[in-house]
Design a protein around this ligand. Structure first.
Ligand SMILES: Cc1cc2nc3c(=O)[nH]c(=O)nc-3n(C[C@H](O)[C@H](O)[C@H](O)COP(=O)(O)OP(=O)(O)OC[C@H]3O[C@@H](n4cnc5c(N)ncnc54)[C@H](O)[C@@H]3O)c2cc1C
Length: 546
């Protein structure tokens, strides 16, 4: 008789309490009373994510958003029906204040940290509902920074509110068929009508929050010159009072590799009413806060996916038996998972340094060095963690063997969804160039060197000086590369290695620093081991160019 094959599925524990690195990091960073006040919320969401949300995610596996362009009577309706998981995700996001917390500022400069811990716990079980949330947060920040008081009063309370009946999400419509990276070549035209109202004409090629109530978008006021500076940023409300789309047509939903719960649409703007937010030129500059915020969300989502994939693989390693023992007892399998864990930890610490800096800047307490670091780390963290996440999630899937490749385990979707993280909000190359060619790169690098020196000094107290010095040496190599005389092509060609060297070196330094900050004992030993492992994986990617 053939024995039935029954394999034990991986199980999830509370995503917060089971995450030793996260809990230890918060104990180190947050004032004790503050952590005591907000920790119950982390525990609650951690339990919800591991239980009801994860179950709903699994049950929702085969659902996708549906676009209905016409009703039975021939009317163009362009309605999009979201899946049950996404509808529940919105309710939970509003309940936990995922876009409210940083604007309520109850934790002063730590408000962003509170917000992004919640996002980190929420993200892996809600099938990228974090995409519209990121743009909603970015839109609130952009409107506030624009100083346009009428639009701030009109939209921001909806975007940052906690009332589900009046909550809005926002889209960000930038990419056109002429370019996402090359946004300066956008073809959408804005015309000012006789009634004094702007109307937009053009086609937006990728618009993810297609069910949002509003959007921030770029268009070229008729008569403006070419390039990014000729674009202006506009505010659009997508529907009129009767709920009909405002001269917007949803041409189709994209058929994507992943993020399939996200209704990414092609939109035709055919006289769409819009309001100018801040001047008739310089739109790419005005929309920058949106990108800063969405890149921070992207980094948090990357770190979160990595942690989630690793936690599932690590649990499974205790359940699956091969060669007479659990996978967790096989030295090479253990080694493989430990390498993934080291990458997870590095990505986590870099991401949450960025989060800390965003919070300090918004609370107006950032030093000059911190402001420089924030500018450097926003693209750096996004590009570094974006690349790491695809590799780490892929390894975690492999750690399940054939089961990792089966759709009904719920595992393959993790890899497909992660693959978007190095693409949207700026690809790895585009961000590397952005970093390398920005005017203040040398000052940013100097601020990073000072931050890494501080980390090295701390690491030395725990006997990890050698590990931290590898980080310092890699940053010095990056500085030498930056200062060397080379032609423009050679410089561009090395941009990605330069950026990833800085990203990885910072992660290594932060790992060594965090190990030193942990109480001596098993926790410190665990983080120190992760730091050593991370160093072994390689930090200086410029060496290959020597
Ligand atoms: C699922 C999904 C949802 C999206 N949602 C939205 C949305 O809501 N709103 C929105 O505005 N956009 C959205 N986008 C678009 C996304 O932001 C762009 O696709 C992305 O910025 C890349 O632009 P592109 O597609 O024009 O690629 P391209 O610019 O054509 O890039 C192609 C390749 O060339 C490389 N490259 C480009 N320029 C350079 C250079 N100068 N040097 C070296 N290499 C270079 C890139 O790194 C990339 O590998 C979405 C995309 C996806 C996949």
């Amino acid at each position: 008789m053939i024995e039935p094959f029954v394999q034990k599925a991986p199980a999830l524990d509370n995503l917060y309490t089971s995450d030793r690195l996260l809990v230890g990091f918060l104990r180190r960073k947050l004032p004790r009373e503050m952590l005591a006040a907000i920790e119950p919320e982390f525990i609650e969401l951690g339990a919800e994510a591991a239980g009801p949300l994860a179950s709903l995610q699994h049950a929702d596996r085969l659902h996708e958003p549906v676009l209905t362009q016409w009703d039975a009577w021939g009317n163009r309706v362009d309605g999009i029906e979201l899946t049950p998981l996404w509808r529940e995700a919105e309710r939970r996001a509003v309940h936990y204040g995922l876009t409210a917390v940083p604007y309520e500022r109850r934790e002063a400069e730590w408000s962003r940290l509170r917000q992004f811990v919640l996002v980190y716990l929420f993200h892996p079980v809600t099938d990228v509902y974090t995409c519209p949330l990121a743009m909603t947060d970015g839109a609130a920040r952009t409107l506030i920074d624009s100083g346009n008081s009428a639009l701030i009063g009109r939209a921001v309370p909806h975007l940052t509110g906690r009332d589900p009946r009046s909550f809005w999400t926002s889209g960000q419509w930038m990419t056109e068929s002429t370019g996402g990276s090359d946004v300066g070549s956008s073809g959408t035209i804005a015309e000012l009508g006789a009634e004094g109202r702007w109307r937009l004409y053009g086609k937006k090629w990728f618009t993810s929050a297609a069910t949002s109530q509003m959007a921030l978008t770029l268009a070229r006021p008729a008569g403006n010159g070419p390039g990014g500076n000729g674009l202006a940023m506009f505010y659009v409300e997508c529907r009129d009072e009767s709920g009909r789309l405002n001269s917007i047509r949803v041409e189709r939903l994209k058929d994507k590799l992943g993020t399939r719960k996200v209704p990414t649409a092609e939109l035709l703007l055919d006289g769409t009413p819009a309001e100018l937010v801040a001047g008739t030129t310089g739109g790419t500059r005005v929309i920058e806060p949106m990108l800063r915020i969405t890149r921070t969300w992207n980094s948090v989502c990357a770190a979160s996916f990595m942690r989630h994939a690793h936690r599932l693989a690590a649990d499974y390693a205790h359940r699956r038996v091969a060669f007479g023992m659990p996978l967790a007892a096989l030295p090479l399998h253990r080694e493989t998972l430990a390498d993934v864990e080291a990458e997870c930890a590095g990505a986590f610490l870099l991401t949450f340094l960025l989060v800390e800096l965003v919070g300090r800047a918004e609370a107006d307490v950032a030093t000059e060095d911190e402001a420089l670091l924030l500018r450097l780390l926003t693209p750096l963290t996004k590009l570094t963690t974006g690349k790491q996440s695809v590799h780490a999630v892929s390894e975690a899937i492999e750690a399940f063997g054939g089961a990792g490749y089966l759709e009904d385990t719920g595992l393959p979707v993790l890899l497909r969804d992660t693959q978007v993280l190095p693409i949207w909000e700026g690809t790895t190359n585009v961000l590397s160039l952005d970093l390398l060619l920005r005017a203040d790169v040398a000052r940013g690098l100097a601020a990073l060197e000072r931050r890494i020196r501080t980390a090295c000094d701390a690491a030395r107290t725990a006997g990890l000086g050698g590990v931290a010095d590898a980080a310092r040496d890699a940053v010095s190599a990056a500085r030498a590369w930056l200062q060397a005389d080379r032609d423009a092509d050679e410089r561009q060609a090395g941009a990605r290695r330069f950026a990833l060297t800085l990203g990885r070196a910072t992660e290594l330094a932060l790992l060594a620093e965090h190990a030193a900050a942990c109480a001596a004992g098993p926790e410190r030993a665990m983080v120190a081991e992760l730091a050593r492992r991370f160093r072994q994986a390689g930090v200086n990617l410029l060496r290959a160019l020597d």
